[in-house]
Design a protein around this ligand. Structure first.
Ligand SMILES: [Ca+2]
Length: 264
């Protein structure tokens, strides 16, 4: 008998434990959470998704697209620019690093190459006026024309009207010097009596008599001087100087005029 009771007990206890465990788990089970359905997509389009981009319709060509002016530089004849300020000069602060890019309308080209040059000095001391637009910007002998002392100019006939966006001038960069009274003008009049537009003037004391200029003097280097053409319409450009810190003579190694054909 004892053995039978033991067997029943052996079976009863595990079965009770399992039953109680099952009931307990069922009883402890949390009530089912309400069936939360994510709300339908309520996102609104971003405010700028369908807006027109600044500057006009998508894909509209930009007639005034600007690109960096491409400039071919000669080899430097000396390194850096001097730190001292020549007596009596109105020198600009030295710039560190290369010249920053200058933006011009796409399509702007050098239109002065090979164009005829004239001068206030009909009989240059060294070289000929052809050297001003022959594309050679070197610092050697034979690359520049030397005009007489005092205020002198070279003038280039572009042979038709252009919209001028930039000029580059190299006076002489074989050694460091500052040219005085650098004045750059553009005109539709070959005599520069009518319609004269001054693009640069660093004659701070009006010693050349063309008016007081606000620009600063600068060292001539292999980079040449870049002058903003401001889009003026002109056929002729005229560049003045009045000697330099080296001597009283005036030198022109190269002048480049970057422009677009003038719109009617
Ligand atoms: Ca030249």
């Amino acid at each position: 008998m004892n053995g039978k009771r033991f067997t029943i007990t052996m079976w009863f206890i595990p079965c009770a434990v399992v039953l109680l465990f099952t009931l307990g788990v069922a009883g402890l089970k949390a009530p089912a959470a309400p069936n939360i359905v994510p709300p339908p997509e309520t996102r609104q389009p971003d405010a700028d998704e369908d807006s027109t981009p600044p500057g006009g319709e998508k894909g509209e060509p930009d007639a005034k697209e600007r690109v960096p002016l491409e400039i071919e530089l000669p080899k430097p004849a000396f390194k850096g620019t001097p730190k001292h300020v020549p007596p009596g000069s109105n020198l600009e602060k030295p710039r560190s690093g290369p010249r920053p890019p200058f933006l011009v309308p796409k399509g702007v080209k050098n239109v002065s190459q090979g164009k005829p040059a004239t001068s206030s000095d009909d009989d240059p001391i060294i070289g000929s006026l052809k050297l001003v637009t022959d594309s050679d910007k070197g610092a050697n002998e034979g690359c520049y024309v030397e005009l007489g002392p005092g205020t002198q100019y070279v003038q280039i006939d572009l042979q038709k009207e252009y919209e001028i966006y930039a000029l580059l001038v190299w006076h002489y960069h074989g050694n460091a010097r500052v040219y005085h009274d650098v004045i750059v003008q553009a005109s539709t009049d070959k005599d520069f009596i009518l319609d004269v537009q001054t693009l640069f003037n660093n004659d701070h004391d009006n010693s050349s008599g063309l008016g007081v200029g606000r620009e600063k003097e600068y060292w001539d280097t292999y980079e040449g001087r870049l002058i903003d053409g401001k889009g003026v319409k002109a056929r002729y450009v005229r560049l003045y100087s009045n000697g330099s810190t080296a001597d009283d003579m005036n030198h022109y190694t190269e002048v480049e005029v970057f422009a677009l054909p003038a719109s009617p």
